[in-house]
Design a protein around this ligand. Structure first.
Ligand code: HEM
Length: 394
């Protein structure tokens, strides 16, 4: 039987925003699905919704095939002081100001890749020649792991974030390797610190005290493999959208640097990272009875915050989201989360995406994909979905 083509992510369906409702995760765990902007925001910013209770002894696992992000040591699973200590350790590495300092060399990385594209000549693959090497080069240089073979890092990334139970054994093996590599890296940088982000996190964590080594290893491993995956996915999917459906925006983008920043925000808001079939969003647990959207969530019950549905909530974002990509959003998007766990890589991801999109459109205004959206082969089975290849010509 022919397999239906997977639609581009900006067209992927999400639940219609409404009051919290009880659903089941694929393994049968009941959760309250939260889909409206205000309520997703409320859950993410209300400390009475916790993450650590999900891992308390005796609680059944909420997912069958836990990824690196589901580990009880992961920063995203911590509450209170344990979480604050980890965030302080990452400290100033990715603040708006430190990212502003990185901008010239990120620009140089973008331009180097563009020179390579032009030199090689049309046609090219926008994933392997641009969207993938850009964030890999940036994060691997920042962490000073750029001497590790890229195939090895990509193999780990694919398995660290795997959501499907398929190839479980291989996934477990890859995660073990990544953990062992990271533990060794931490020991090495502790002994001989450099001016890289791993050294600065390790020093800050040791100075801070009280951070379990396993949590530090998970944090740095997540950055090694996660620092590129999200940005690569966003960039590839943004290119699919712009080049197949928004020719006028593409034409304007190259000549409008300020507009590129607004457009990037819109793209981040509009295009999900995945079609989240396995789980509907970040899971939290109520630590007391809490009123939410007219319902009572009982202490101990789970909620799943569907950021994709919330970002499409017409109450918060009225009008056609595809109509004017150069107008600022009326409210902050939830794409990077909200509250205490707000993404630490936000400013870096934004800078990379703005520069990559603006400079590519300026350099190659006649760029076009040489396949239709229906013919795209997708990378699937992890926390993100993106095209495996994007053949293009100019
Ligand atoms: C387009 C790119 C990205 C998107 C859409 C994204 C999205 C997110 C979201 C939604 C969260 C919070 C989830 C929650 O409530 O627990 C998060 C957390 C985080 N992100 Fe990102 N991210 C991106 C890029 C990056 C990059 C490049 C880095 C590394 C440099 C990074 C590092 C982190 C870290 C360390 C956390 C954990 C924060 C915490 O739990 O306190 N992210 N990200």
């Amino acid at each position: 039987m022919p397999v239906a083509p997977t639609i581009p992510l900006h067209r992927a369906e999400s639940p219609v925003p409404g009051p919290p409702r009880l659903v089941e995760l694929p393994n049968g765990t009941p959760v309250w699905l939260v889909t409206r902007y205000d309520e997703v925001h409320q859950v993410l910013t209300d400390p009475r919704f916790g993450r650590s209770p999900i891992h308390e002894p005796g609680t059944s696992p909420v997912v069958d095939s836990p990824s690196l992000l589901d580990s009880r040591e992961a920063i995203g699973q911590q509450d209170g002081d344990a979480h604050l200590r980890l965030r302080r350790a990452v400290g100033r590495a990715f603040t708006p100001r430190s990212v502003e300092h990185m901008r010239p060399w990120v620009t140089a990385v973008v331009d180097g890749l563009l020179d390579g594209l032009v030199e090689k000549g049309s046609p090219a693959d926008l994933v392997t020649d641009y969207a993938l090497p850009l964030p890999c080069t940036v994060i691997h240089r920042l962490l000073a792991v750029d001497d590790v073979p890229i195939e090895r890092l990509l193999h780990w990334a694919e398995h660290a974030f795997a959501e499907s139970a398929a190839a479980r054994e291989e996934g477990d093996r890859a995660r073990c390797e990544l953990t062992a590599f990271t533990a060794e890296l931490i020991t090495e940088r502790r002994g001989t610190p450099g001016d890289d982000v791993v050294s600065s996190i390790v020093q800050a964590a040791d100075g801070e005290g009280g951070i379990p080594e396993a949590a530090l290893v998970n944090l740095i491993a997540t950055m090694i493999v996660g620092g590129h995956d999200t940005t690569m996915t966003m960039l590839s999917n943004s290119l699919v959208y712009l080049l197949t459906e928004q020719p006028a925006a593409w034409a304007r983008l190259g000549g409008d640097e300020q507009g590129a920043a607004v457009l990037t925000e819109r793209l981040l808001h509009l295009i999900p990272l995945n079609d989240h079939e396995e789980r509907p969003g970040r899971l939290l647990a109520a630590t007391e009875d809490i009123r939410l959207g007219g319902m009572t969530i009982r202490s101990g019950e789970f909620v799943a915050t569907d950021r994709v549905a919330a970002n499409r909530d017409p109450e918060a974002f009225p009008g056609n989201p595809h109509a004017d990509l150069f107008s600022p959003l009326p409210k902050p998007s939830l794409v990077f989360g909200a509250g205490r766990h707000y993404c630490l890589g936000t400013w870096l991801a934004r800078a990379e995406l703005q520069l990559a999109l603006h400079r590519l459109a300026a350099r190659l205004p006649a760029l076009r994909l040489t396949l239709t959206a229906d013919d795209i082969v997708w990378r699937r089975g992890t926390v993100s979905r993106s095209p495996l290849h994007l053949p293009a010509a100019w």
